[in-house]
Design a protein around this ligand. Structure first.
Ligand code: AMP
Ligand code: MG
Length: 404
């Protein structure tokens, strides 16, 4: 059996990242992957400006802590003032440029205006530079602000916009085809007569996997439920291999008579069946059908969710051209439970962060128990054979980190 690490290495070594790029509006680039590094052509801030509403002054004029100054101008944000003469002050508002000659701002709470605002008493002795945001203190002209292969989040978009970038070059979206095997599957809302037939179950994986793919910004083609026959499975694979970078399926990856994924992919392309020392999970199929990669996930709902997070997510991120870490980040956290006997496989236990900041375990860790994934905040990555005692520190992967 392969370790999780070895399986992931094989996957990541096989990826051929998408190279096609497009230029899109920065406003529409959330979640996309930057195709080229971006630099700043301006300083941010572009000029010294005030962090406070108050009075721009010469600090030396206010050393007494009780200076009375003439207010000679008013400078709202977006307006440019006149040079400030000695012994005078400028009424100034947050974000406005500091006038030449001024070297400090005194906040309005420390000032008293008189004579209809014509005179101000400054009840504070500012140090030079007080409440002034300096030119280029955030970004200097010429600096690289974002590197190629960065996934654009709210923060990156704001940063790009702050230097005036209206469009960004990004990798085109990854195209993923999905389908679901299993004659027992029924779509919610489509049970004949509104009653789930004996032996039938709802196709929950369609909802889970579609949402996971959407969260990663994939372009999805969903072929729905495919009958458990070799012919139907092959036909769907052929169709799905056109125009897609990746085909993801759920179910049918065991080697029972009703499992047609293996022979179908072998007939249409090539396939490796991996037995991975992971629980939930274990069988994972990886291959190619024409120019599309193929990943077959197990049918059990928790298994398919967990194996998607562990294997498919990093694979898709690399396909998208993500340059940095694609593997789930682990936090070291305290176990507030006992797990007396570790499994022979690397377990990913559904756990929840309790009010004491430790981890509680969902009582039923079955691979079909979706309730555990809703109750849980993430997965404890527990090495093979490892028992856990209350108070032990464990590796925790947060669902919050894994769903985008
Ligand atoms: P399989 O991998 O096809 O042997 O399926 C393993 C288990 O997962 C069986 O109990 C199936 O009924 C269940 N299963 C398969 N596909 C789905 C699905 N799309 N949604 C929910 N359960 C599924
Ligand atoms: Mg099946």
């Amino acid at each position: 059996m392969l370790t999780v690490r070895a399986a992931l290495d094989r996957l990541l070594n096989a990826v051929r990242p998408v190279t096609a790029t497009e230029s899109i509006a920065t406003l529409s680039a959330n979640g996309r992957v930057l195709a080229a590094g971006q630099g700043a052509t301006i300083n941010v801030p572009s000029a010294d400006n005030t962090q406070m509403d108050g009075y721009a002054v010469r600090a030396a004029d206010c050393a007494s802590g009780n200076a009375v100054l003439q207010v000679t101008q008013r400078i709202p944000a977006g307006h440019v003032g006149q040079p400030l003469a000695a012994g005078t002050a400028a009424r100034i508002f947050t974000g406005a440029m500091i006038p030449a000659g001024a070297d400090a701002v005194v906040m309005q709470e420390q000032c008293e205006a008189a004579q209809g605002g014509g005179v101000v008493t400054v009840r504070h002795a500012p140090r030079a530079g007080e409440w002034i945001r300096r030119t280029g203190e955030d970004i200097q002209a010429g600096a690289t602000i974002l590197t190629a292969g960065t996934r654009l989040r709210a923060q990156e978009l704001g940063l790009a916009a702050s230097v005036g970038l209206a469009t960004l070059p990004v990798v085109r979206r990854v195209r993923v085809a999905v389908f679901f095997t299993g004659d027992e599957l029924t779509m919610p809302g489509e049970a004949p007569g509104g009653q789930l037939a004996p032996g039938a179950i709802y196709n929950s994986n369609r909802f889970t996997l579609r949402a996971l793919l959407e969260n990663l910004g994939c372009e999805i083609t969903d072929y729905g439920i495919v009958p458990d026959t070799l012919a139907a499975t092959r036909a769907t694979l052929r169709a799905a291999s056109q125009d897609h970078d990746l085909i993801v399926t759920s179910g049918g990856v065991s080697v029972g008579e009703e499992d047609h994924i293996k022979p179908a992919v072998e007939a249409e392309g090539r396939l490796d069946m991996w037995q991975i020392a992971v629980k939930p999970g274990k069988p994972l199929a990886f291959g190619e059908v024409r120019q599309a990669f193929f990943i077959g996930l197990p049918g059990n709902p928790v298994s398919s969710f967990v194996t998607f997070l562990l294997f498919v997510r990093p694979f898709i991120l690399r396909l998208q051209g993500v340059a940095g870490a694609v593997e789930p980040r682990a936090y070291t956290m305290r176990a507030d439970f006992d797990w007396p006997k570790g499994d022979r496989r690397n377990e990913f236990l559904r756990a929840h962060i309790n009010e004491a900041g430790g981890l509680a375990l969902f009582p039923n860790q079955g691979s079909g128990v979706l309730t555990s994934t809703v109750w849980g905040d993430g997965l404890i990555d527990n090495p093979p054979g490892q028992a856990i005692a209350r108070g032990d520190m464990v590796r925790f992967l947060s669902f919050a980190d894994l769903q985008h």
